[in-house]
Design a protein around this ligand. Structure first.
Ligand code: Y12
Ligand code: CO
Length: 171
């Protein structure tokens, strides 16, 4: 089922999420809905809080070398922990909860992570490139943070001004 994606400044996006305790059919149905929703909205990453579920769940589905987004490459991540970070990289990020806004964000270039699969198996893994960026972006959602909070002061001020204007125009 395609779910509604909540957008900035919805207060839920500031809430910290909780760990998943049961790796059951309910979790699997939620993961399936998250995937359907992300693909329907042309996203490459989604955290559960973006569909108003306060759970430490994120999914990432990057396009492959042929630029196709295929389900075989889908990464489902439950209760992630970033254990180690190295280096720094700049990337122009976007977020389905902040539609039509893109800005450069600095993040670690390499990360070491631990997480559980949908069946509760513990995975230890290292990522770099776009996967490392997407993983950090989605983990921030689980901690109640959006990428706009990483912007320098003046860019953030301009964003707030433009966003208010955009919301006013829609009402
Ligand atoms: C690098 C940086 C950030 C991420 C997090 C995942 N971000 C997304 O999946 C963003 C998707 C997105 C899609 C949009 O829709 C279209 O382009 C059709 C969009 O634009 C509108 O909503 C109009 C904005 C963001 C992963 C990797
Ligand atoms: Co996002």
């Amino acid at each position: 089922m395609i779910r509604e994606i909540i957008t900035y400044p919805n207060k839920l996006l500031k809430q910290k999420s909780h760990n998943v305790e049961d790796f059951n059919n309910e979790l699997h149905a939620l993961l399936d809905d998250m995937y359907e929703t992300m693909v329907a909205k042309n996203g490459i990453g989604l955290a559960a809080i973006q569909i108003a579920k306060r759970l430490n769940i994120l999914i990432i589905n990057l396009p492959n070398k042929e630029d196709n987004q295929v389900k075989e490459d889908l990464l489902e991540v439950i209760n992630p922990k970033i254990i180690e970070k190295k280096g720094s990289t700049l990337y122009t990020e976007g977020c389905l909860s902040v539609p039509e806004y893109y800005e450069d964000v600095e993040r670690a270039e390499w990360i070491k992570v631990e997480y559980h699969t949908r069946d509760g198996k513990l995975i230890s893994c290292e990522y770099d490139g776009l996967m490392a960026i997407a993983f950090q972006h989605e983990c921030d959602h689980l901690n109640g943070e959006l990428f706009i909070e990483k912007l320098p002061y003046l860019k953030r001020k301009k964003f707030e001004k433009d966003w208010k204007k955009k919301l006013k125009g829609k009402s």
